[in-house]
Ligand binder design. Structure first.
Ligand code: RIB
Ligand code: CA
Length: 303
């Protein structure tokens, strides 16, 4: 079977950048055919710059980068995360991009590319605004999307942005609700599992032993982002696409709280028959990962 063709929607962000390095390090298994950007960790402009900085580092100027939503659907402005530094790549020294942005808004391009591909896999590791807008603009879009792999949410554990919500879903709860209501098969890689997918000193030493510009950037990101948040959230979503057997999951019916109160962005995951109350499940929730295998997968991809 050839490499899985997928569209990557993200908000780089240091861990999104690490997820890109992991995916691009495995062209045997993954084919990133397009990248769409959404404001999240930092504002839209640094996000679209960072996406192209990483692609140019990896010699992949052939992958089109589309700009997208600069703010959540309902909130007047998003949040940003101090975890990633002012530039969004933890103070990276990578040059600013020279490759141009591709024409078109992410929401429209997601729809066009999905229709061209026929059955498109999407990986989303930022707020889900672009994907939600695409679904609103093109109600038949679910017919052209095979699956969505999402880094986001916290099903049975505390949030990292509010006590109840993870960052991507806290930024745009309405977008998350639209995506989870779409009927598209979703795998949710949330904090339940990404808090196990941590960077270690041994992993950093292994990456530092690789004498390439890509590995040096990965080491920079692992050290500088990892010192603030040791969880490799977004790489875990790519790892799921590469080696799902490293993970354990549960099937759930997931709804997203869109109230304006303290529960905004909360994941409500029904698993038991009583909680499901006759509803079918709409999401594979990833719960466990063999962390050492995950780290090995990442280091080997860099090699
Ligand atoms: O909660 C972690 C998620 O929010 C990651 O995707 C990180 O990049 C931020 O987008
Ligand atoms: Ca992200």
């Amino acid at each position: 079977m050839g490499a899985l063709r997928f569209l990557y929607d993200c908000d780089p962000g240091a861990d999104d950048a690490l997820a890109m390095l992991l995916a691009l390090g495995r062209p045997d298994a993954l084919d990133m055919i397009a990248l769409t950007c959404v404001a999240g960790n930092v504002g839209l402009e640094p996000v679209v710059n960072n996406a192209r900085r990483i692609l140019e580092l990896c010699g992949r100027r052939d992958i089109p980068v589309y700009s997208g939503a600069a703010r959540p659907i309902m909130a007047s402005r998003g949040r940003t995360s101090i975890m990633h530094g002012a530039d969004g790549l933890a103070g990276s020294t990578l040059p600013f991009p020279t490759m141009p942005l591709a024409d078109g808004h992410a929401a429209n391009e997601i729809s066009r590319i999905a229709r061209e591909e026929g059955r498109l896999h999407i990986c989303a590791t930022g707020p889900l605004t672009n994907l939600a807008l695409a679904l609103l603009l093109d109600p038949d879009l679910p017919d052209f999307i095979s699956a969505i792999t999402i880094m986001g949410g916290a099903a049975f554990c505390p949030g990292n942005t509010t006590p109840l919500a993870e960052f991507n879903f806290a930024v745009d709860p309405h977008a998350a609700a639209i995506v989870f209501d779409s009927g598209i098969p979703i795998t949710m890689i949330g904090l339940d599992v990404t808090r196990q997918a941590t960077v270690t000193d041994n992993m950093i030493r292994q990456v530092q032993a690789i004498d390439t510009t890509v590995a040096r950037e990965a080491a920079h990101l692992l050290i500088n982002y990892g010192s603030k948040d040791p969880c490799l959230h977004d790489p875990a979503a790519i790892a799921w696409m590469l080696k799902p057997e490293m993970f354990e999951t549960v099937q759930a019916h997931v709804t997203i709280c869109t109230d304006s109160g303290p529960a905004a962005g909360q994941v409500v995951a029904a698993v038991s028959e009583r909680h499901l109350a006759g509803r079918t499940t709409n999401c594979t929730v990833v719960m466990l990962v063999i962390a050492e295998e995950f780290r090995r997968l990442f280091v080997n991809a860099l090699r």
